[in-house]
Write a protein that binds this ligand. Structure first.
Ligand code: PEP
Ligand code: MN
Length: 346
């Protein structure tokens, strides 16, 4: 339950509401806002009588939160969350953040060349996994800590922000030390222990939708991170299990406006895992920008045919350049712009 105060309510009105909620045996959580304040009623077992609250001076409305999630809901926070990142970059505001790079860090030369290529095309952040969740235990599992060191070196040289995945609780701290944004992958979207740790990581979290997860499931997982004290969550649509085998996954574009309707959190789109086929990546990137995505996550490799993971969906640098040109033009049509990369700090 959420108690909305009128915009002209006083501090005394707010204090009275807080007192009344406590007197009723529930926990009040004040939520300051630009326009007006609100007080959430925690521990509400459905028996709170709204008339006891509506009658108080300064109270405009009492809203029953109909959804299972609270803090991620627009009812909780009407203004969009803008996740602030180093270098003045952000996700969820006017600017779109394009995060590009290989699926995995494979070698110093591979990650450096790819990073330089995506930066030249205008990406502001580099993606690449050092710890890789692979379907097969015999597939390349990533370079681990050595991969993180290589990523750090590339950031120093290029100024690109780093987005990289944490696969388990033990590894999260090391990843969070290096990453500007910690990715929680589709397979771990409902690893609740990991989500709780992510809530204490002190870094923004990129939470990818599970392959069979509903939008409610995704938002409930984000709720874990917020409930643990980390408000900086970026959601990511990356395709779900479909019925057609022409693409590896079914990119659920309508999830983008659907999430925006019910949540204040930013959402970006991953047309690479969202389709699993290189030829489909650019068209779906264009569509995602048009649908209101707050950014893109795109797999790019200097030599996709030699990639140790996800080569079939990785773009050649020239294709990524085109994608960037198109993304900029579409963003402009809808009154947004693509963020420029920041300078390296030498
Ligand atoms: C990835 O980003 O490389 C990845 C493994 O993504 P997902 O978790 O969406 O499969
Ligand atoms: Mn991948």
């Amino acid at each position: 339950m959420l108690i909305l105060l009128r915009s002209d309510s006083s501090q005394a009105d707010l204090d009275r509401v807080i007192q009344r909620v406590s007197d009723l045996g529930y926990r009040p959580l004040p939520i300051p806002g630009h326009q007006r304040s609100a007080v959430a009623v925690l521990g509400n077992d459905g028996r709170v009588d709204p008339s006891r609250l509506l009658a108080l001076p300064g109270v405009e409305d009492v809203i029953h939160l109909s959804k299972p999630y609270r803090m991620v809901a627009r009812e909780w926070r009407p203004e969009p969350t803008v996740v602030r990142l180093p270098g003045g970059l952000s996700v969820g505001g006017e600017e779109l953040l394009v995060i590009a790079g290989p699926c995995s860090v494979e070698s110093e030369e591979q990650i450096r060349q790819t990073a330089l290529a995506v930066r030249a095309a205008g990406a502001a952040a580099l993606r690449a996994g050092a710890f890789k969740p692979r379907t097969s235990p015999y597939a390349f599992q990533g370079l681990g800590h050595e991969g993180l060191r290589l990523l750090e070196a590339v950031r120093r040289e290029t100024g690109l922000l780093l987005v990289t995945e944490a696969m388990d609780e033990e590894g999260l701290e090391a990843v969070a030390e290096v990453a500007d944004v910690v990715q929680i992958g589709a397979r771990n979207m409902q690893n609740f222990a990991l989500l709780k740790r992510a809530g204490r990581a002190g870094k923004p979290i990129l939470l990818k939708r599970g392959i069979s997860a509903s939008i409610t499931d995704l938002l409930m997982s984000a709720e874990y991170v917020l409930a643990e004290g980390n408000p900086s969550v970026i959601l990511c649509e990356r395709g779900i299990r479909g019925v057609d085998s022409s693409a590896r996954t079914l990119m659920d574009l309508s999830a983008i406006p659907a999430v925006k309707d019910i949540s204040h959190l930013p959402i970006i789109a991953d047309p690479s895992h969202g389709t699993g086929r290189r030829a489909l990546v650019r068209p779906m990137a264009r569509a995602a920008v048009g649908a209101g995505a707050d950014g893109l996550l795109v797999e790019v490799h200097v030599r996709p045919d030699e990639a140790l993971s996800d080569g079939v969906q990785s773009l050649y640098p020239e294709q990524f350049e085109l994608l960037m040109l198109e993304a900029r033009r579409i963003a402009e049509v809808i009154g947004r712009r693509v963020a420029m990369p920041v300078a390296a700090v030498a």
